[in-house]
Design a protein around this ligand. Structure first.
Ligand SMILES: *Cc1c(COP(=O)(O)O)cnc(C)c1O
Length: 793
C-alpha cells in the first residue's frame, strides 16, 4: 500500500513526495483504494451477467452518502494498511479523511436510507443499481450568522470527485413538452425540447468486499451545447442558453423536506432522472434477455417515495410506444416490476401537480395517466365502491384546481406499497390510502427501516467496536443481530466500565471538535443530550427548548438540588422558506447565549446549536451522545433512523410512541427507554374532539413561565417581540401538541436524571440498548425487501 500510494501520487496526482500537500496525499490514498475496488467491481458485474440473475433498481431523488473513503477502506479491510502507509509519510489518516467533502445529495432520513440500502445491497451480494441525480450543488451548507440560518451553495465538486466515473456512452435523450401524433394505429410523442442524460457511476462496496454495485447518477447536457453560429455572430451568452437550461436540471437538490417544492423545475428533475433510468433499465434488459415481456423476472424497480412515480407512466409509454406492447400487457409488466415505498403521511407532502402543467410538460404521459385512471376507476366501480371512495382513489384530484396525484399513480402502478415502520404502515391503511387499500387489500406491507452498522457502528465508533469484540467476539461484524450476546454482559461491572471509558473518550473528542469549530468549552462529564435532525415543527425541537427554559428556571430557583449537569446539543437544517423552522434555530441560539453566559447555572446547563449538521457531523456526534431525543408528535414521524443510530451507539432514548421508536422499545425493553406523551390514537382523538392548549398552559406553572419568558423577550432583548407569534401559536392551536405532552416530557427528563445518577443502572441500560437494536440493521431490512417484494436471492 505504501508503494502504491507513492506511485499514484507521482504518476496520477502528478506530485513529488517532497512537494505534495495534504490534499495530494489524500487524493493519492483515495485513488489507491479505488484501484482495489475496480477489479471487484468488474468481477461483480461479470458475475451478474453470467448468472443472468434478477437485478434491483433503486430509484431515489436523494442519496445522502456523505464521505466514502472510510466506507471503502473499512469494507475492503484496508484501513490499517492505509493508516500505516500514510503514517510512514508523516500523515495522520483521520486528518486526511477530514479533507474529503461530504456528498450531501439528500435532505435527511430518506436520502440517508437510500445510502444505507445501497451498502446493504452490496453486502448481501444482491446485484443492484441506485439511480438518482448528480446535483452539482447538493444540499445547501448552513452557516449561522447572529443565530440565524444562512444558506450557502455546497461546492462538494470543487476539487473534482475521485470516486466517480463518467460513462458518456450511457446517454439517453429526455424530452419535454411538444405534441402527440397518431399515425398507422401507433402513437409518437414529439417533444418540443430534449436534453441528454449521461451517466456518472460511483462504485458501492459491500462489507468484506462481497460485491461492488453501482450508484448511477445522471447529469444533463444540451444536445447542442454551444451554438457556434450565434456565438460567432456575437451572441456569446445566447449561444450557451441551451446548456445553461440543461445545467439547471442538475444544479440543486430542492431543500424542502416533507413538502413538494411545487415548481416546474422539480417536476422536470423528477421526469429527467426517472426517464433516463427506465430507458437504461430497458436497454440493458433487451440487450441481455431480448424481450421486454420478461422484465419482471429480471428487474425489480423500487421507488423511494413519490418523487420518481412518473416512472410508472414512463415505463408504460416506452413499453407501448417504443416496444409495441398492448396496453393491458404493458400494465401487467409495469405492475409486476415496480414497487413503491411511502415515507410520509403529511397531507402537504403528498406530491401532486397542477394538471395543466403536467399536460404541457408531458402530454403523452397525461394520456397514459388518463388511461390508467379509467381502468382503475372501472375496477373500483365493479367492486361496488361509493362515489366518494372513487373520487379518493382517482389519479386526478377534481376538487378545485385539477391536479395529478402522484402517490396514487405510484400505488396503482406497483405490486407492493410499503410503509417504513409498523405504526406508519397501519396508519397508511387507515388514513391516506384507506380507499386504495380497500380496493387492493394485499398491496400494503411493512418494511421497518434500518441503518448500516458498518458506517453507524464500526466506522463511526471504532472504540466501541473494539470493546464489543473483546466482549462477545467477532460474529456481530457479519450479523448485527448477534449483538444480543451482549445482554449477558449487562451486569458485568468491568465491561460496563470499559464501555463508559469509550463513551467518555468520544465525548472528549466531540468537545475538542466543538471547541475548534465554535469556540465553546463543554464538560465531558455532563450528560450529553442530543437532538439532531431536520428542523420541523412535528419533530418538536420547540418542546425540547421550552423544557430547557423550564429547567433553567428550576435550577435557578432551587440551586440546592442535586441537578444532573447537562449539555443540550441541537443541530439541523431548516428549509429556506420554512419561517417557523428558521425561527426555532434562532431561538436555540438566543437561549444558548443567555444560559451559557449565566454564572448562576454554572456548569449545570449548556446549550449548543451545531452548525451545518450533515452525515460527517452525525458520525462525530452520535458516538458521543448519552441521550437521544426522539420526541415527534405521535403519528407524524414515519420511522426515523436517527433513533436507531443512537441506540446502536449506547445512548438511551427519550421518545414518544412514534415511528420506529415503538419497535425500539419492544426490543430494548420498557426499562431501558424513557417513553412519554400521547399515543397516535390519543393525538387523533384530541384533534377531533377539541383540544385546548391555553387551558393546559394556564394550569401548569412551569410551562406558563417558560412560554411567557420566551414570548416576552427574556431571550431576545434586542427584539422582544421576536417569539410572540411562535408562542402565540402554542396558546391558540398548538397543532403539534407540545403543551399536551409537556408535563410527561419533563417527568421523563427527571426520570433520565434519576437513571443517570445510578451509574451502574445507566451502564446496564446502555448495554441493553446496543445489544438489542441489531435488528435495525439495514441488512435485515434489505433481506425483507429481497424476499417479500423483489423475489431475489
Ligand atoms: C440519520 C440521519 C438523518 C435522519 O434523522 P432522523 O432523526 O431520523 O430524522 C438525517 N440527517 C442525517 C445527516 C442523518 O445521518
Amino acid at each position: 500500500m505504501k508503494a502504491l500510494i507513492v506511485d499514484v501520487l507521482r504518476h496520477r496526482v502528478g506530485k513529488d513526495e517532497r512537494a505534495a500537500k495534504p490534499h495530494d496525499w489524500f487524493q493519492a490514498a483515495v485513488l489507491s483504494v479505488r484501484d482495489k475496488i475496480i477489479d471487484q467491481w468488474f468481477a461483480s458485474t461479470r458475475r451478474t451477467y453470467d448468472e443472468g440473475g434478477k437485478r434491483v433498481y433503486y430509484l431515489s431523488m436523494e442519496f445522502l452518502i456523505g464521505r466514502l473513503m472510510r466506507d471503502a477502506m473499512s469494507n475492503l479491510g484496508l484501513t490499517r494498511d492505509v493508516e500505516n502507509a500514510l503514517r510512514d509519510h508523516g500523515f495522520d489518516l483521520a486528518q486526511l479523511e477530514d479533507l474529503e467533502p461530504d456528498a450531501a445529495l439528500g435532505n435527511g432520513g430518506l436520502g440517508r436510507l437510500a445510502a444505507c440500502f445501497m451498502e446493504s445491497l452490496a453486502t448481501l451480494d444482491i446485484p443492484a443499481y441506485g439511480y438518482g441525480i448528480r446535483y452539482v450543488n447538493g444540499m445547501f451548507r448552513q452557516r449561522v450568522d447572529d443565530g440565524w440560518q444562512v444558506e450557502l451553495p455546497e461546492t462538494w465538486l470543487a476539487h473534482g470527485n475521485p470516486w466517480e466515473f463518467d460513462r458518456r456512452e450511457s446517454a439517453y435523450r429526455v424530452g419535454f413538452g411538444g405534441e402527440v401524433l397518431e399515425a398507422n394505429g401507433g402513437v409518437t410523442w414529439r417533444p418540443a425540447e430534449q436534453v441528454e442524460a449521461s451517466a456518472v457511476d460511483t462504485p458501492v462496496v459491500g462489507w468484506r468486499g462481497a460485491r461492488v454495485n453501482t450508484l448511477r447518477l445522471w447529469t444533463a447536457s444540451a444536445l447542442d451545447p454551444l451554438r457556434l453560429d450565434a456565438f460567432n455572430a456575437g451572441d456569446h451568452a445566447g449561444a450557451l442558453a441551451e446548456q445553461v437550461k440543461a445545467d439547471s436540471l442538475v444544479r440543486v437538490l430542492y431543500p424542502a423536506d416533507n413538502t413538494p417544492a411545487g415548481q416546474e423545475l422539480r417536476l422536470r428533475q423528477e421526469f429527467f432522472f426517472s426517464s433516463a433510468s427506465i430507458q437504461d433499465i430497458l436497454r440493458r434488459h433487451v440487450q441481455y434477455h431480448g424481450d421486454v415481456r420478461s422484465l419482471p423476472e429480471k428487474a425489480a424497480i423500487q421507488l423511494n417515495d413519490t418523487h420518481p412515480s412518473v416512472a410508472v407512466a414512463e415505463l408504460m409509454r416506452l413499453l407501448i410506444d417504443v416496444y409495441g406492447l398492448e396496453f393491458d400487457e404493458a400494465w401487467d409488466v409495469t405492475k409486476a416490476t415496480i414497487a413503491y415505498t411511502n415515507h410520509t403521511l403529511l397531507p402537504e407532502a403528498l406530491e401532486s401537480w397542477p394538471l395543466p402543467l403536467f399536460e404541457r410538460l408531458l402530454p403523452r404521459h397525461m394520456q397514459i395517466v388518463y388511461a390508467i385512471n379509467s381502468r382503475v376507476l372501472r375496477e373500483a366501480g365493479r367492486a361496488g365502491m361509493s362515489g366518494e371512495q372513487i373520487a379518493a382513489i382517482s389519479l386526478i384530484d377534481e376538487g378545485g384546481e385539477r391536479r395529478v396525484r402522484m402517490a396514487n399513480l405510484a400505488f396503482v402502478g406497483a405490486h407492493s406499497v410499503n410503509g417504513v415502520a409498523a405504526l406508519h404502515t397501519e396508519l397508511m391503511k387507515s388514513t391516506v390510502f384507506s380507499d386504495l387499500h380497500a380496493l387492493y387489500p394485499t398491496r400494503i406491507n411493512n418494511k421497518t427501516n434500518g441503518v448500516t452498522p458498518r458506517r453507524w457502528l464500526q466506522q463511526c465508533n471504532p472504540g466501541l467496536t473494539k470493546v464489543i469484540r473483546e466482549g462477545i467476539g467477532d460474529a456481530f461484524l457479519d450479523d448485527a443481530e448477534k449483538l444480543t450476546d451482549l445482554n449477558a454482559l449487562a451486569g458485568d461491572a468491568q465491561f460496563g466500565e470499559r464501555l463508559a471509558e469509550v463513551k467518555r473518550a468520544n465525548k472528549v473528542a466531540l468537545a475538542a471538535h466543538l471547541k475548534q469549530v465554535m469556540g465553546i468549552r463543554l464538560n465531558p462529564d455532563a450528560l450529553f443530550d442530543v437532538q439532531i435532525k431536520r428542523i420541523h415543527e412535528y419533530k418538536r425541537q420547540l418542546l425540547n427548548l421550552v423544557e430547557t427554559v423550564a429547567l433553567y428556571d428550576q435550577i435557578r430557583s432551587h440551586p440546592e438540588r442535586d441537578w444532573v449537569p447537562r449539555v443540550k446539543i441541537l443541530g439541523g437544517k431548516a428549509a429556506p422558506s420554512y419561517h417557523n423552522a428558521k425561527l426555532i434555530i434562532k431561538l436555540t441560539n438566543d437561549i444558548a447565549r443567555r444560559i451559557n453566559s449565566d454564572p448562576s447555572v454554572g456548569g449545570l446547563l449548556k446549550v449548543v446549536f451545531v452548525p451545518n449538521y450533515n452525515v460527517s457531523f452525525a458520525e462525530k456526534i452520535i458516538p458521543a451522545a448519552d441521550l437521544s431525543e426522539q420526541i415527534s408528535t405521535a403519528g407524524m414521524e414515519a420511522s426515523g433512523t436517527g433513533n436507531m443510530k443512537f441506540a446502536l451507539n449506547g445512548a438511551l432514548t427519550i421518545g414518544t410512541l412514534d415511528g420506529a421508536n415503538i419497535e425500539i422499545k419492544d426490543r430494548v425493553g420498557d426499562d431501558n427507554i424513557v417513553i412519554f406523551g400521547l399515543t397516535a390514537d390519543e393525538v387523533n382523538e384530541k384533534r377531533a374532539n377539541g383540544y385546548n392548549p391555553r387551558e393546559i398552559i394556564e394550569g401548569n406553572r412551569e410551562l406558563r413561565q417558560a412560554v411567557n419568558a420566551i414570548a416576552s423577550g427574556v431571550f431576545s432583548p434586542d427584539d422582544p417581540d421576536r417569539y410572540k407569534g411562535l408562542m402565540g401559536g402554542l396558546y391558540d392551536h398548538d397543532w403539534f401538541m407540545l403543551c399536551a405532552d409537556f408535563d410527561s416530557y419533563t417527568q421523563g427528563q427527571r426520570k433520565v436524571d434519576a437513571i443517570w445518577q445510578d451509574e451502574a443502572l445507566w451502564r446496564k441500560s446502555a448495554i441493553h440498548n446496543i445489544a438489542n437494536v441489531g435488528w435495525f440493521s439495514s441488512d435485515r431490512t434489505i433481506g425483507e425487501y429481497a424476499r417479500e417484494i423483489w423475489g431475489v436471492k
